[in-house]
Design a protein around this ligand. Structure first.
Ligand code: UD1
Length: 384
């Protein structure tokens, strides 16, 4: 059997790492009939810190093929990926294309594979925010509609697929593959110190005037969604809330995504943020560094779906700066650690003060047990 798996952007890397390990383990047990695996990187994320650093630390083999798509509008990214991925499929003729998550690579490669009659497996299927203004929601809907095998992270997403009319024979509930990576790396992350994380990753080391916070006395911030960072009024009000209010209670550590960095400059906020003693701006962090910060944080403020899940398992109280989520299982009403606060400062402030009273409370939804990748591979083999 020949499998091509595809990654494109940062949140894909921690999902593909355990899947590749599961293939390697299978091949050790079955050396006479190994799975041929080809890893394709579309190149949507290309900075060292957004991409190759993850391959190194998560022991992902170098991609066999890099399509080098890079930045662009959504149509450019998707169109260029389709053109290049079609050539890969003609050359390699795989039995399966395996896709993870909801980025532009996921969408582009699902369409290309199905048009060439190649079977598609989607890992992390069935997540729905219901918000079609999110590019990721369009990517999820199309990929799930086209996939032959839909592997869901939780029972709610299984139910979403059934509600949409997906035949039960195409779906399997396997658990959350990201948690395989978290479980495999928790110990290693715990050896890192806050001092080394901060000092090794400062975004602007010449203007650093803060101090490294103590355990459980800081908040971590991440922002990258266009809905939060692309509009001046919204982004500025969020930044001012962080600077003028949250820093009164605790220090902030903010690993800055390239999109947010660009907007801090273009909205004239860069100096205000970098010169504030209560906030530490870092480069985009490696997997272990981010995990370690999360493990010691008093609070997380984020618009990332992946961090929402990691906060759930680690129990870090989390304010999710979005109006909706495709991952409701991580919310407090389902026993998780996160609450949706959108991007209106009045609402954020109210929930911020409520959240300050909360303690860390780890929660493990069913099958978030570190063994999802093996179940994914088993499902593919059973249907081959
Ligand atoms: C993408 C994903 C999103 C995911 C996020 C995590 C889609 C639709 N979105 O959004 O689901 O949560 O990644 O990071 O696929 N840039 C760099 N260096 C890089 C990569 C990007 O400077 O290595 C710049 C680009 O020039 C661009 C901006 O960052 O202007 C955004 O990159 P892009 O790939 O368009 O989407 P993300 O916002 O990262």
């Amino acid at each position: 059997m020949k499998i091509i798996s595809v990654v494109g952007a940062r949140p894909n890397f921690m999902k593909i790492a355990p899947f590749i390990k599961a293939i390697q383990k299978y091949n050790q047990l079955k050396p006479d009939d190994p799975i041929i695996h080809i890893l394709v990187h579309t190149g949507q994320h290309y900075d060292i810190r957004m991409s190759s650093a993850f391959f190194l630390t998560l022991n992902i083999p170098d991609p066999d093929i890099n399509l080098e798509i890079g930045s662009g509008t959504h149509s450019e990214q998707v169109g260029n990926t389709m053109i290049e991925f079609e050539k890969v499929l003609v050359q390699e003729n795989p039995d399966w294309v395996v896709l993870v998550g909801d980025v532009n690579a996921t969408l582009a490669c699902s369409i290309t594979a199905k048009k060439m009659n190649v079977k598609v497996c989607h890992i992390e299927a069935g997540l729905r925010s219901g918000d079609l203004r999110m590019p990721e929601e369009i990517n999820r809907l199309v990929t799930d509609r086209l996939s032959d095998l839909l592997l869901t992270p939780d029972e709610l997403s299984y139910q979403n697929l059934l509600t949409e009319g997906t035949s039960e024979s195409r779906i399997s509930f396997v658990g959350n593959i990201m948690i395989d990576t978290l479980e495999a790396n928790k110990d290693k992350a715990s050896f890192l110190t806050l001092d080394e994380i901060v000092n090794d990753n400062l975004l602007d080391k010449y203007n650093f005037i803060g101090h490294v916070p103590k355990e459980n006395s800081y908040a971590v911030v991440t922002l990258h969604r266009p809905s939060n960072v692309d509009e001046r009024k919204i982004f500025e009000s969020l930044v001012l809330f962080l600077l003028e209010e949250v820093t009164k209670d605790m220090q902030l550590i903010w690993p800055v995504h390239p999109r947010a960095k660009k907007q801090l400059y273009s909205f004239g906020l860069w100096e205000k943020v970098t010169l504030h003693p209560g906030i530490i701006l870092l480069e985009p962090l490696g997997y272990h560094e981010m995990l370690r910060l999360n493990m010691g944080a008093r609070l997380m403020l984020t618009d990332s779906g992946g961090l929402q899940e990691e906060c759930c398992v680690l129990g870090t109280p989390c304010l999710t700066l979005r109006w909706n989520t495709e991952r409701p299982i991580t919310l407090r009403e389902f026993g998780g650690a996160s609450i949706l606060v959108g991007n209106n400062v009045t609402r954020i402030r109210e929930e911020y003060y409520n959240t300050l009273k909360l303690r860390r409370k780890p929660q493990c939804p069913p099958l978030w047990d570190g063994k999802t990748a093996e179940r994914c591979l088993k499902e593919i083999i059973n249907r081959s």
